[in-house]
Design a protein around this ligand. Structure first.
Ligand code: TRH
Length: 393
């Protein structure tokens, strides 16, 4: 198969914005950078609308940013499957669609795009085939990841250049703060963005900031953590535009912005608290110190995933800094019995800043979109070869 020109991406929104966040970013990249005709099937258009406000949640079919967006409902239409089919996060494809794939003479390349993990086993499972139990179809696992043995990470072609241009342009940064109706940071101030889940230790961190010597401005995109924040400031609720002050801490609630604009917040802040999967990756591209609130899982496996990432990330970091990072991240993710470690983490701020630049550079060579297209071509060639061999015998 040459470059696949048609691609169907299927996404079910489990919760929050990560599932659709990854799919929307991938869809845009395939369409805008690789000329792939992308059809994105999503079961929750309202969530997509938060990331792309132009989306109309009532439309069954619409064009957005060069992508055909389809509302995926129970009554699935009869459509010709694309050459490349991406099932995101093991969402189950509609039976009718799978049957149509099985009937294709030239079978689609079917990939299951998995969740991100830094665990060692990922490299061994990346690209593994999985035959369909009944039909003549093969699905392949495609794992994003942080090492060259994995599928890599989503990174737009020009992202790092745009980031550098922004971060090296004081006027652009000043103009950005103005768009948020915020004053530029004072020289001694620490400006942090905070995107996290409800967190029992959040008040303790806010308290440390309020009591600390350094003024902290905390910017929080509107979302589920708001009522917890309001409680800390003795308020019942708040929304975008609200600002609260306690001691040396000033907190501003920002509107939840379009996905494309979120990067600038990460580029502009000194430290970024991020969560889930996609914002976590964006914070790494921002090349600023970050703190990850991993998506909590009932069986606690998220702590293994957290440690796997920290092990990888801290290789090459000076041991004291690595220790400070581990303590603070584990505390933030609910490791009981730990003291906050905020001051320890903060003390290594400029070291983390340098380290995160080198880290982003190191990751940048492994592009998920390119790998995915290369892999689909590889499978296409392998099938052509097998078909050819079959005809010749
Ligand atoms: O929203 P998340 O917590 O998403 C997920 C889901 O919970 C999912 O089920 C789970 O499996 C996964 O995490 C690990 O966090 P994430 O992945 O960071 O996605 C947030 C998206 O929202 C991301 O694409 C960035 C975007 N975003 C904006 O577009 N504007 C904003 O203002 C902010 C704060 C985020």
């Amino acid at each position: 198969m040459s470059t696949p020109v048609h691609c169907d991406i299927f996404c079910t929104v489990v919760d929050n914005y990560g599932d659709i966040g990854v799919c929307w970013r991938l869809a845009r990249q395939l369409a805008n950078e690789h000329d792939v005709a992308v059809r994105l099937w999503v079961d929750d258009l309202a969530s997509l609308q938060r990331l792309c406000p132009a989306v109309d949640p009532l439309l069954a079919v619409q064009q957005q940013s060069g992508i055909e967006v389809r509302h995926w409902t129970l009554s699935f239409p009869e459509v010709e499957p694309a050459q490349l089919v991406i099932e995101a996060f093991a969402c189950e494809l509609p039976e009718r669609y799978v049957a149509a794939m099985a009937n294709q003479q030239r079978k689609a390349v079917w990939l299951n795009l998995e969740y991100l993990s830094a665990e060692d086993w990922v490299a061994g499972c990346h690209k593994l085939p999985s035959p369909h139990p009944r039909l003549p179809l093969m699905k392949y696992f495609f794992f994003p990841g942080f090492t060259p043995q994995t599928g890599g990470l989503l990174l737009e072609r020009d992202l790092l250049a745009r980031r550098d241009a922004f971060q090296n342009d004081p006027q652009a940064i000043a103009a950005y703060w103005q768009t948020l109706a915020l004053a530029a940071p004072r020289p001694d101030e620490l400006r942090v963005s905070l995107f996290c889940y409800e967190n029992p230790v959040l008040p303790e961190l806010l308290h440390a900031w309020a009591q600390g010597e350094q003024p902290v401005t905390c910017l929080v995109p509107e979302g589920r953590v708001l009522s917890q924040l309001a409680g800390f400031f003795g308020q019942i609720q708040g929304g975008a535009g609200v600002a609260w002050q306690r001691g040396n801490l000033r907190l501003h609630v920002l509107p939840f912005v379009e996905q494309e604009s979120y990067d600038r917040l990460l580029w502009a802040c000194d430290i970024n608290f991020v969560r889930g999967e996609d914002s976590f990756i964006r914070a790494q591209w921002a090349a600023k110190p970050c703190v990850w609130h991993i998506y909590p899982q009932h069986d606690g496996v998220h702590m293994q995933k957290l440690r796997a990432f920290m092990n990888l990330y801290c290789t090459g970091m000076q041991p004291e800094a690595a220790q400070a990072l581990r303590i603070f991240w584990e505390w933030w993710n609910g490791e009981a019995g730990l003291a906050s470690g905020w001051n320890g983490f903060r003390a290594y701020g400029s070291m983390f800043r340098q380290y995160s630049q080198a880290w982003a550079q190191q990751l940048a060579g492994n592009s998920l979109a390119l790998n995915l297209l290369d892999f689909s071509r590889e499978i296409g060639r392998m099938r052509d070869f097998e078909n050819q061999a079959g005809r010749e015998t």
